[in-house]
Design a protein around this ligand. Structure first.
Ligand code: NCD
Length: 365
């Protein structure tokens, strides 16, 4: 396992990290654009709507060979580093392939035992080293706040490069939230979008960072109601509840999945996540928080079922065939959403809306 004894003290970090988020966020933007992607609270409605539109353009441009070559030409002079020292399948692969869609060359570290961290180099020094070679760092790390510390550190170095948080401990997973709202938006395209919908989140809401990041994004939509259902030990955090109250987002906590089946327009399932707490042992599955085939008939006919995956039995596999199951589409949406996000960070989004749209979609922007 990763050792943390090499974490370093940096002058100024403590003072910075203790400031309220609103005072920290400006450091992570440049020229009116998001530069480091660290928290869901960085995204407003205009950004989310724009990302949705860009994602759709990119996925349509990629349908032809010529379009694919053109997308590839946007960033084939640049390099990205994937530093994933916590297990990952989808997030890693979707980021890697999103990089390749845009032409970025990629390198990766997935196990700190194969890097100089095993010799005692601090994670901060490792990351500073990556920034000597690449133009973008995408990182998944078990420690909450470490992605932000990295971004802060690089922003104050001579060679700043953007940092994307691909999962920071139990805290946040902002790009998963982006692909989740993309999936919601696309599914509700002909039903007025996300506004006015009832969205239920079920499972390990305490340690599920995807649930936390998605909850923050709900402030950007009108008349949304959230329903949460979790085993007693894994209830949604007080900080999230305070955030929802502050932003007048109605939410209710329910005792089981059965208590929300009829009402929800989207049911966002999650698994029990033991890996975040060393030595913690919990039941791998809770029947009252698992979706079974028998439940489908009680759900709205046009409701959708989501899951960030991986699952551990909380969605019966026979449900995969139901047209309301969106989790496999979510995986693919993640790749396109992440590609669109990178065009925003690297300011090639205007080319997608302009030249790319004109040449490959036969439309004007
Ligand atoms: C999630 C994660 O790692 O936070 N998965 C993902 O990124 N698609 C959820 C999970 O691991 O359960």
């Amino acid at each position: 396992m990763h050792k943390y004894e090499f974490y370093q003290e940096y002058a100024g970090w403590k003072e910075f990290s203790e400031k309220p988020l609103s005072e920290r966020l400006p450091l992570f933007s440049r020229n009116g654009r998001i530069y480091d992607v660290l928290f869901s609270q960085q995204f407003d409605r205009a950004f989310l709507d724009d990302l949705y539109d860009l994602t759709n353009r990119i996925r349509r441009i990629a349908k032809t060979r010529e379009g694919t070559h053109w997308l590839h030409s946007l960033h084939n002079h640049q390099r990205a580093m994937l530093y994933f020292v916590q297990p990952s399948t989808r997030t890693f692969l979707s980021f890697q392939n999103a990089c390749h869609i845009l032409g970025f060359h990629t390198s990766e570290i997935r196990d700190p035992h194969t890097s100089s961290e095993i010799k005692g180099e601090s994670p901060e020094d490792s990351i500073r080293t990556f920034s000597s070679y690449v133009d973008l760092i995408i990182m998944r790390h078990p420690q909450e706040g470490f992605a932000e510390k990295t971004a802060w550190l690089l922003n104050t170095s001579e060679r700043p490069v953007p940092v994307i948080n691909a999962g920071s401990g139990k805290d946040q997973h902002p790009t998963q939230a982006l692909l989740d709202v993309y999936t919601l938006q696309r599914s509700f395209e002909h039903r007025g979008g996300i506004d006015g919908k009832v969205i239920a989140m079920v499972g390990d809401l305490k340690r599920g960072r995807t649930v936390r990041s998605l909850s923050y994004l709900m402030k950007n939509y009108r008349d949304v109601k959230l329903l949460y259902a979790a085993p007693p030990a894994f209830q949604i955090g007080e900080d999230i509840k305070q955030f929802l109250t502050l932003h007048n987002i109605p939410f209710e906590e329910r005792d089981s999945l059965e208590d929300l089946l009829e009402e929800a327009d989207a049911i966002y399932m999650t698994r029990i996540q033991d890996e975040h707490d060393e030595g913690a042992r919990s039941q791998s599955q809770y029947e009252e928080f698992s979706l079974r085939h028998k439940h489908l008939a009680r759900m709205k006919p046009d409701a959708i079922i989501m899951h960030p995956l991986p699952r551990r039995g909380e969605i019966e596999v026979s449900i995969d065939k139901d047209p309301r199951a969106m989790y496999w589409r979510q995986e693919r949406n993640g790749m396109w959403t992440r590609a669109a996000l990178m065009t925003i960070i690297f300011a090639s989004d205007d080319e997608v809306r302009g030249e790319g749209t004109r040449r490959f979609l036969n439309e004007t922007s």
